[in-house]
Structure formats: C-alpha cells, structure tokens
Design a binder for this molecule. Structure first.
Ligand code: ATP
Ligand code: HMH
Length: 284
C-alpha cells in the first residue's frame, strides 16, 4: 500500500534524501557511483537501491549480474520506512523482471514523490544495458509513472520508434505518459537538451565540450535533475540546473582515467588535489 503524502524537505527545512535505483559501475564513472557523487555535489543525502552489478571499465562491460527482485524492493522499503524519500532517480534496469520489481518498489513512495527515469540502454562504450525485450515493459509499466524522463537521442528513438529529431521525439514520448520529457543533447550536433512539458517545447542550450570526458554524463544529468526536484525546483528549472551540472562535469571529465572515454567529474576532483605531497610523505 502506498504511504501517505509527506511534507517536503523544503517546507521542513531539512536536507532532502534522494534515492538512485540503478546499476553499479565498478569503474566508478556511471551508474550508482556517479549518482552518489552528484547527490553530494547538489547538497542532498544520497541513497541507493542497486538493480544490477556490472563489471565495467571505460572500455567495456565484461559481465552483468542482476540483483534479485525482492532485494530491489527491500532496499527501497528499508530507506522509505526510516529515512524517507524526497525524489527518485531510476537508471539501469536490464531486464523485465527488474522493471517489475522497480514498479513494485515505487509502491513504497509517498504520494507525489518526484521520479526521474533515465532509460539507460547502452553504455558509452557501446555495451547493451537493457534487454531488447524489456523495451515494452519500460514503456508500459514505468514511463506513465514518471515526473521527468531523460532519454538521450538514441534512447528516445528506440522508445518512440522513429528517427525524428529531439523536439518531435520529446512530444511522442510525452504521449506515452511521463509528465515531462528531456531529450538530452550529448548525441546531437549541438549539445542542446530539448524539454516538453505537454504544452511547450523548451530548448536548454549550452556549449559543447568536445575535449571533455562523458562516461556517466546521462547519469549525472538525471541525478542532478532528481536532486533539484527534491530541493523544490520546478521541473524546467531542475532541467536547466541539471544541464549546467552535466556539461561542467563533462568539461572537467577525467580523460586520463582508463583507456576508453573517461568518467565525468561532478565533484571537481582535479581541483581538490593538493599541489604537492607533504615533504614527510614516502612512496611505499
Ligand atoms: N560534450 C558535451 N558538452 C556539453 N554537454 C554535454 C556533452 N555531452 C553531454 N552533455 C550534456 O550531458 C547531459 C547528458 O547527456 P547525454 O546525451 O550525453 O546522456 P547519455 O548519452 O545518456 O550519457 P551516458 O550514456 O554517457 O551516461 C545533457 O545535459 C547533455 O547536454
Ligand atoms: C551501471 C551503468 N549505468 C548506466 C550507464 C550509462 O552510462 C553505465 N555505463 N553503467
């Protein structure tokens, strides 16, 4: 049974708690690992329900192990019943069984809790992260439940079943049930995100950073969007903030990490490094 509506974190002047229901990236660039960094960067408390483990690096995905459906529900229930959930980000799902488990887990949320769905299908390195037969379950079971869906261009084309450009795709996907759609711009000529709210198409432009590193850019964007919804931003303002944060994370991306496309950096890790080790430090 769905819990009753609870007061928002903003009304209560508390730190919002946001959960990522997503896959683990052992390379630390995308998935749950990226999401927790973004939540911290946005000033919200991050929580997780892991849907799948991936043995992954910047070059590829070596193995995927789905988490048992009852364990997915248990993770969400545990935090919902104690800490409370102010917003949800959903990332890698992988299988129909996992999608069904996540739908069941959403029953633990208070009414009106914002849900952001990043319909992850393929990794930056080109590995499939959603079984082809799970597309229909994602469309029928999850899309109608979400506040904001954030497909990239190829994902939007798979969901809409057309080769259109972002504005038409955003409208077609909106007709499938989500309240807002943001087609993200990483795979477009200009890195402009396109949002549709049911009435208006809104362009969210930004400079393209061709020399950055973009592994985890979509995860960063959807987590930042969920965090800002929990912070009380309206969806369009949350989408603008998410675009700025994702673009900066790509710009700051850690190109030197791994042999493939390096991970985004949402925390400014490079700028946090000491200029030199203390004189007393000895290399082991
Ligand atoms: N090179 C870039 N320069 C500026 N912004 C970018 C760049 N690449 C991606 N972005 C921004 O990052 C966000 C995520 O977009 P993108 O389309 O790359 O997601 P994605 O393909 O799902 O990411 P991934 O699968 O790598 O995690 C969007 O706001 C997009 O505009
Ligand atoms: C676990 C995971 N989630 C999402 C993506 C998409 O970037 C990825 N590569 N790995």
């Amino acid at each position: 049974m769905r819990a009753c509506r609870k007061l928002s974190a903003v009304t209560q002047n508390r730190i919002p708690a946001v959960i990522s229901i997503a896959g683990s990236d052992s390379g630390g660039g995308a998935g749950i690992q990226a999401d927790l960094k973004v939540f911290a960067a946005c000033g919200v408390h991050g929580m997780t329900a892991i849907t799948a483990l991936t043995a992954q690096n910047t070059v590829g995905v070596d193995a995927v192990a789905p988490i048992a459906p009852e364990m997915i529900v248990a993770q969400v229930r545990a935090v919902a019943r104690d800490i409370g959930i102010d917003a949800v980000k959903i990332g890698m799902l992988g299988t129909v069984v996992t999608i069904e488990a996540v739908v069941a887990a959403l029953g633990e949320l208070a009414e009106g809790t914002p849900i952001v769905l990043d319909p992850v299908m393929v990794s930056e390195s080109g590995a499939p992260l959603l079984e082809p037969e799970a597309r229909d379950a994602l469309i029928e079971l999850l899309l109608p439940r979400v506040t904001v869906a954030t497909p990239n261009l190829p994902e939007a084309r798979v969901i809409a079943g057309s080769d259109d450009d972002a504005p038409e795709l955003a409208r077609a996907i909106h007709a499938l049930g989500p309240r807002h759609v943001v087609v993200t711009g990483g795979h477009r000529d200009k890195a402009t995100d396109v949002m549709f709210d049911g009435e208006t198409t809104i362009e969210i432009p930004g400079e393209r950073h061709p020399d950055g590193a973009a592994h985890g850019s979509g995860c960063t964007h959807s987590s930042a969007l969920a965090a800002h919804l929990a912070l009380g931003f309206a969806p369009v303002d949350a989408a603008r903030a998410a675009k700025v944060i994702a673009a900066q994370a790509v710009h700051d991306g850690l190109r030197e990490i791994g042999r493939g496309p390096g991970p985004v950096d949402a925390l400014g890790i490079r700028s946090r490094r000491p200029l030199a080790p203390p004189a007393s430090a000895h290399a082991r």
